[in-house]
Design a protein around this ligand. Structure first.
Ligand SMILES: Cc1cc2nc3c(=O)[nH]c(=O)nc-3n(C[C@H](O)[C@H](O)[C@H](O)COP(=O)(O)OP(=O)(O)OC[C@H]3O[C@@H](n4cnc5c(N)ncnc54)[C@H](O)[C@@H]3O)c2cc1C
Length: 469
């Protein structure tokens, strides 16, 4: 059976963006875990195309693009600056949210599909690299790794670090020496992760953020989990200055447009070191010399709807293009770019299939389904969380996965309940066998709509017959 590569990583990423993961996501995670355990490798049925594609960066976007291009029969080579594949999934997202054996397993699967990953190879001149390697197209996904800075008056201060370097150093086994209390400046996921990692290293982390909880960029669940673990969060505070053992902050207010406004009131917090988690910029300087490539003022690269830069055959995606910055988006960009690169190499345009109608709640027959309460997914015990990098959110057993799968409403998609087959008074519906659904005999069908009316998931649509000419 062919398992979709990076399915589990994507499942984690999507689940990470939801406060209540859907039954679909939970079951996908189970399948992803099983795929790793049993080493499933997708079978490539496409004929080799003889086309060579260079991918720059082995983060989620580059890996996803490689996976899809390999399935289409292309030869793919990834050039990665770092010592391992994974990008921010390896050096940003901590292992208690994305275990490294999972990440490595997903990468190994992509390599088993024939993708070549060249590590410790920073691309400086993309035009030369393309020519020398006889590549037909290039996908660039180098992420955003330059930490944003701010000027804070520091007198005789302890360490000031940036969050991405801190997380990377910890991941490489070089955790910096810091004092007991560590302040983290920022309100995004990176700030939450830096604080939770500092907690696991034995420090007392406190987050300082200029707005309130309702306006923080971090996911709700990340802030909840950080608070549960004992991280202190000082909302509505900006840092004015720091010294050896204290941080002076100014209390802020939120105005009616949700912007923080200074009040002039100062407070002192105890902290030995400061970690800045203020976001990242992308390092696209190496693309400046490529004729045609255009940039936004923040350094992100402008791409078309087809993910192509304004240089023909040079595509880009993930954190380095203007978009939301998540693994899910990066993986989606990789897939979209692969489809468009494939079409470009064939001298065609990729036509996106039309979307199916939305099957909204009012179109479903909810009585058909099992009505059960949502169950919280297993979490590692709190005390262990504070001191170890074990994965916090646990996977599902086969029984739990089957239960979650049964909760799925399968909206708009036939799941072969046989309702239409049983309801048709004219015997106009034939079963085609498991997984093959049904065949409708329109010579026998009278258009009574019984099948349509009973369908629990709205997989059947009634279309008016054309009026006789
Ligand atoms: C602390 C932290 C926590 C996060 N948590 C989440 C989360 O919970 N859920 C979520 O969805 N997202 C999360 N994100 C965001 C997510 O990690 C990124 O959006 C995603 O990794 C971007 O993917 P990418 O492939 O574009 O770039 P990256 O993952 O950054 O990968 C880019 C790769 O390109 C390589 N590279 C760079 N320059 C070159 C060059 N010149 N030549 C060759 N290789 C090069 C880099 O070494 C890197 O491996 C988090 C980010 C951080 C920092």
């Amino acid at each position: 059976m062919a398992g979709s590569a990076i399915i589990r990583v994507k499942a984690i990423a999507i689940a990470a963006n939801l406060t209540a993961p859907s039954p679909f996501m939970r079951s996908r995670r189970f399948l992803g875990d099983l795929a790793l355990e049993e080493q499933w490798t997708p079978q490539i049925t496409a004929k080799p195309t003889g086309k060579r594609i260079l991918i720059v960066g082995a983060g989620p976007s580059g890996l996803s693009c490689a996976h899809h291009l390999a399935l289409m029969g292309h030869t793919v080579e990834i050039h990665e600056a770092g010592p391992v594949a994974g990008g921010m999934m390896h050096f940003g997202i901590p292992s208690y949210r994305l275990p490294r054996n999972v990440l490595d397993g997903e990468t190994a699967r992509i390599e088993r599909m024939g993708v070549k990953i060249v590590l410790n190879h920073k691309v400086e001149d993309i035009v030369a690299e393309k020519q020398n390697g006889k590549f037909d197209a290039v996908f660039v996904a180098v992420g955003a790794h330059l930490s944003k800075k701010t000027d804070i008056p520091a007198r005789d201060a302890g360490k000031i670090l940036d969050a991405v370097s801190f997380l990377k150093d910890v991941e490489m086994g070089n955790a910096p020496k810091m004092g007991r209390r560590v302040a983290i400046y920022g309100g995004g996921n990176t700030a939450m992760d830096a604080a939770r990692v500092a907690m696991r290293l034995g420090h007392e982390p406190l987050i300082i953020y200029r707005r309130d909880r309702a306006h923080m960029p971090a996911h709700e669940f990340e802030a909840d989990e950080a608070l549960e673990e004992g991280v202190k969060i000082h909302w509505l505070r900006t840092i004015k200055s720091i010294d050896q053992t204290t941080v002076t902050v100014e209390v802020m207010e939120i105005d009616d447009k949700g912007r923080p406004k200074p009040t002039g009131q100062l407070e002192t917090l105890e902290a030995n070191d400061l970690i800045l988690a203020l976001g990242q910029d992308t390092d696209t300087a190496f693309l400046q010399k490529v004729p045609g490539v255009q940039f936004k003022a923040d350094g992100t690269v402008i791409v078309s709807e087809q993910m192509m830069t304004r240089a023909a055959g040079l595509f880009a995606g993930g954190d380095m293009v203007p978009s939301e910055r998540t693994v899910t988006i990066g993986v989606g960009h990789g897939k979209k770019a692969a489809r468009n690169i494939d079409a470009y190499l064939r001298g065609e345009g990729y036509a996106k299939p039309g979307k199916k109608d939305l099957a909204t709640f009012d179109k479903l027959h909810l009585w058909f389904y099992t009505n059960v309460e949502q169950r919280p997914q297993g979490h590692v015990e709190l005390q262990k969380r504070r001191t170890s990098f074990d994965e916090v959110v646990q996977g599902l057993t086969e029984k739990e996965a089957a239960f979650e799968a049964k909760r799925c409403l399968s909206c708009g998609n036939c799941f072969e309940c046989d309702g239409c087959y049983g309801a048709c008074p004219e015997d106009a519906i034939n079963k085609l066998g498991v997984g093959k659904r049904y065949e409708y005999n329109y010579d026998l069908c009278t258009g009574c709509a019984v099948c349509f009316e009973q369908c629990p998931c709205h997989a059947i649509t009634m279309i008016p017959e054309p009026a006789p000419v």
